[in-house]
Design a protein around this ligand. Structure first.
Ligand code: AMP
Ligand code: GLY
Length: 427
C-alpha cells in the first residue's frame, strides 16, 4: 500500500524510517519532508492553503493511509477533509484535536470526569483572570488556551509575573491562541511522557519516554521543543502505567466518545508524578518530537498494521513488541536555537557518525548540491540503543564527535536523571 506522511521534523523522519521497514509498503511519500527523509521517501510539496491539491494527490497516487505528524494540521481539520474524501488517516478530527488545541477544553473534561490534574480557572476576560490571581498567589502557571508552538505557558514565580503573563496573552502576545487563558496550580514533581494508540474506544499503551525541554545542561535556560529523550522512562513503573490508563487515558476516551467526538490517533499525555499521585499536565494529539524517535527505535513490530487499525477504528487485535534495550536521542540544534536560529551552514561527517547502534534522524536539513545544509532550529537527532541509558548515551556522543558542524550544538547530559538512577541501582 502507498503511504503519505505529513511533516518535516525528526518525528516524521523516524515515522518514515519505521514505515519504510514494513513489507506492506508500496510507495512512501512525505510532504514536505527534509534532507534525511528524501533518502527513504519521495518528498512532495503542497500548498497547505490548497488542501484540494493534497486530496487530489492522494487519489491519483492511490494513497491508502495518510499519517499526520504536526498538531497544526490536525487542529486545522486535515483529518476531517481526508476522511470525507474516503482516504484513511492516522490522526484525530479537528474537534477531537481540541485536547491539544484548547487547554481549557481539556481541563473541563478533567473536571467533569474526575481526571487528576492541577486545579485551574479558565477565563476569556482579563479582569476575571486578574480577580482569580488575587486569591491564588504565585507560584502559578498561566497558559494561553490555544496552540502557541510550546511558547504559551508561563511558569510565574511572582504575582507580578503572573499578572504580566495574563496581560501579555490578552493583548495578543500569542495571537489567536490567547483568546482565553487557563490559570493553573503549580505542580511539583518529575515529568514523563506517556503515549497510547486510540481507536475511539480502546487505548493501546506504547512505550514511555522522558524528554529534556530546556536548552541548557542541567535543565536550565529557555524552553524548547525538546533537546533529547530516552525510552523507557524508568519512573513509569507498571503500576503507574496502569494508574495512568485507568485514571487518565480511559476516562478521557470515554468523555470524548460521550461528546460524540471520539479520539482516534496517538494520544500523548504529559504527566507529572506529584506527592499526591500522578497528574495530567497536558495532552498532545500527536507523537512527541523527539520522543517519537526513541519509540520508533525500540518498536520491533511492523507499525503499518497498527497505524491502519487506528485509522479503521479498531485496535483490539494489535500487539506491539518493544526492544528491551534503552533508546536515547540527542538533538543537535543550530546555534541560536530556540531564539535566533542561524540557518544555511553545511553539515559534514554524517557518514562517519553512522556507527553501529546509532541511527541519525534529520529534522531541519535540506540537500543542496549534494551537501547537507542546516535549515531549521532542531537539525539532527542522534539516536542510539544500548543495554542501559549510560551505554546508549555514550554511543550517541561518540557518534556526535564524528559530526563536523561547528555551527551546531547539543546538550551534553541527555539522560542524566535516568543515569543517576542506574548508578544508584546497578543492574
Ligand atoms: P505544556 O506546553 O503545557 O506542556 O507546558 C510546558 C511545560 O510547562 C510542561 O512540560 C511543564 O514542565 C510545565 N508546566 C505546565 N503546566 C504546569 C503546572 N501546572 N505545574 C508545573 N509545571 C507545569
Ligand atoms: N517534546 C515535546 C513535544 O513534542 O511536545
Amino acid at each position: 500500500m502507498n503511504i503519505l506522511v505529513l511533516g518535516s521534523g525528526g518525528r516524521e523522519h523516524a515515522l518514515c524510517w519505521k514505515i519504510a521497514q514494513s513489507p506492506l509498503l508500496g510507495q512512501l511519500y512525505c510532504a514536505p519532508g527534509n534532507g534525511g527523509i528524501a533518502q527513504i521517501a519521495h518528498c512532495v510539496n503542497f500548498d497547505m492553503d490548497n488542501l484540494a491539491a493534497l486530496v487530489q494527490f492522494c487519489q491519483e497516487q492511490q494513497i491508502a493511509l495518510v499519517v499526520i505528524g504536526p498538531e497544526a494540521l490536525l487542529a486545522a481539520g486535515l483529518a476531517d477533509i481526508l476522511t470525507d474524501a474516503g482516504i484513511s488517516v492516522f490522526g484525530p478530527s479537528a474537534k477531537a484535536a481540541q485536547l491539544e488545541s484548547s487547554k481549557g477544553f481539556t481541563k473541563s473534561i478533567c473536571a467533569e470526569y474526575n481526571i487528576p490534574t492541577a486545579a485551574y480557572g479558565w477565563f476569556d476576560k482579563a479582569a476575571d483572570a486578574h480577580a482569580y490571581l488575587q486569591t491564588h498567589p504565585a507560584p502559578i502557571v498561566v497558559k494561553a488556551d490555544g496552540l502557541a508552538a510550546g511558547k504559551g505557558v508561563i511558569l510565574a514565580e511572582t504575582d507580578e509575573e503572573a499578572r504580566a503573563a495574563v496581560d501579555k496573552i490578552f493583548s495578543g502576545g500569542f495571537g489567536a491562541a490567547g483568546a482565553s487563558v487557563v490559570i493553573e496550580e503549580f505542580m511539583q514533581g518529575e515529568e514523563a511522557s506517556f503515549f497510547a494508540l486510540c481507536d475511539g474506544t480502546h487505548a493501546l499503551p506504547l512505550a514511555t519516554a522522558q524528554d529534556h525541554k530546556r536548552v541548557g545542561d542541567g535543565d536550565i535556560g529557555l524552553n524548547t521543543g525538546g533537546m533529547g529523550a530516552y525510552s523507557p522512562a524508568p519512573i513509569m513503573s507498571d503500576e503507574l502505567i496502569a494508574e495512568t490508563l485507568t485514571q487518565i487515558i480511559n476516562p478521557t476516551l470515554q468523555a470524548m466518545s460521550d461528546k460524540g467526538i471520539p479520539y482516534k490517533g496517538v494520544l500523548y499525555a504529559g504527566l507529572m508524578l506529584t506527592q499526591t499521585g500522578i497528574k495530567l499536565v497536558e495532552y498532545n494529539v500527536r507523537f512527541g518530537d523527539p520522543e517519537c524517535q526513541v519509540l520508533m527505535a525500540r518498536l520491533q513490530s511492523d507499525i503499518v498494521p497498527a497505524l491502519m487499525a487506528v485509522a479503521k477504528g479498531d485496535i483490539r487485535d494489535v500487539q506491539l513488541e518493544w526492544a528491551q534495550e534503552v533508546a536515547l536521542t540527542v538533538v543537535m540544534a543550530a546555534d541560536g536555537y530556540p531564539e535566533n536560529v542561524k540557518k544555511g551552514s553545511e553539515i559534514k561527517g554524517l557518514d562517519k557518525a553512522a556507527i553501529e547502534g546509532v541511527t541519525i534522524f534529520h529534522a531541519g536539513t535540506k540537500i543542496e548540491n549534494g551537501k547537507y545544509i542546516a535549515n531549521g532550529g532542531r537539525v539532527l537527532n542522534i539516536t542510539s540503543m544500548g543495554e542501559s541509558v549510560a551505554v546508549a548515551q555514550k554511543k550517541a556522543y561518540q557518534s556526535i564527535a564524528a559530526i563536523d558542524w561547528p555551527e551546531g550544538f547539543c546538550r551534553r547530559d541527555i539522560g542524566w536523571r535516568a543515569i543517576a538512577r542506574e548508578t544508584q541501582t546497578p543492574k
